[in-house]
Design a protein around this ligand. Structure first.
Ligand code: SAH
Length: 266
């Protein structure tokens, strides 16, 4: 009988000890993790941290498999120079060097860095090229292009006036001299500065806009996502490279992508 009582007492004691131990663990754990989190939150990442993150992101992009590879050293170098964290809101800056798109307001996104690098590579740019971009958004793609064509010029059109204004100010504050931003409808292109060596469209139309083809030089290249629904998925498109030749347009499909739609002005 005594033996049974003793066993019950020991089990009871063990149970209580367990409860106390777990309660302690919980408090310490909470205290500790709060301290760690608050350290992270309090310490604003500095430019060195951003630059290390940026270099790692570009190295990651450079390591992607051959179907999606970016090998052009000028482009990889440009991606290591442009401070993507300055093109997103402050609360998103610590994620600026994840290889993902991020929201920039007004229902729009800054493109995935890999896509920025890959589309830039598709254009096969020379340092003196004149490039038209449709869909300025944050201005990040324009900044990367600007580094790749230091003796050329980037003309970029954005349909949302607030985004166009913000990008114009940011690009000027960051010292980019060879970029001109305009609020307007990209379907019309920018006849005044045509013909262009290259056109890059960073929003997706259902069909290739005629004016953009007209405003390309012979020998000019266009990178453009096309379509509203691919393989039964809404919002998916195919990324094309078009080349304008004496005989007409050559086109090559690259891979499926997802961009925001190219909207038409009413
Ligand atoms: N290149 C941008 C990403 C752009 S997202 C960057 O680096 O951040 C696509 C942008 O295209 C959006 O800002 C959207 O407002 C714009 N857009 C959509 N339709 C357009 C049109 N018809 N003309 C110009 N811009 C357009």
């Amino acid at each position: 009988m005594n033996c049974v009582k003793n066993k019950a007492a020991i089990i009871c004691l063990l149970f209580v000890a367990c409860l106390i131990f777990n309660a302690c663990k919980l408090v310490n754990g909470t205290d500790k993790s709060d301290a760690v989190n608050s350290n992270i939150m309090n310490e604003k990442p500095d430019e060195k941290w951003f630059s290390d993150q940026r270099n790692s992101m570009v190295d990651l992009i450079a390591s992607y498999p051959s179907s999606h590879s970016v090998t052009d050293e000028n482009i990889l170098y440009a991606m290591k120079q442009v401070p993507r964290h300055k093109f997103v809101a402050e609360n998103m800056q610590s994620n600026a060097y994840d290889d993902t798109p991020l929201p920039i307001g007004y229902g729009q996104t800054i493109s995935q860095p890999f896509i920025v690098a890959y589309m830039t590579q598709m254009l096969d740019l020379k340092k003196t090229d004149r490039v038209l971009e449709i869909g300025t958004g944050s201005g990040y793609q324009a900044a990367v292009l600007s580094q790749v064509v230091p003796k050329g010029h980037i003309y970029t059109i954005e349909i949302i006036e607030e985004l166009a204004d913000a990008a114009k100010k940011l690009l000027s504050d960051l010292g980019y001299k060879n970029i001109t931003v305009r609020h307007g409808d990209g379907y019309k292109g920018w006849k005044e500065f045509s013909p262009f060596d290259a056109v890059i469209v960073t929003c997706a139309p259902n069909d290739i806009p005629r004016a953009l083809v007209d405003q390309l030089k012979i020998g000019g290249r266009m990178a453009i996502p096309v379509g509203g629904k691919i393989k039964g998925i809404w919002g998916a498109q195919e990324l094309f490279l078009l080349k304008k030749t004496e005989k007409g347009m050559e086109q090559k499909k690259h891979f499926d992508v997802r961009f925001v739609p190219m909207v038409e002005e009413k």
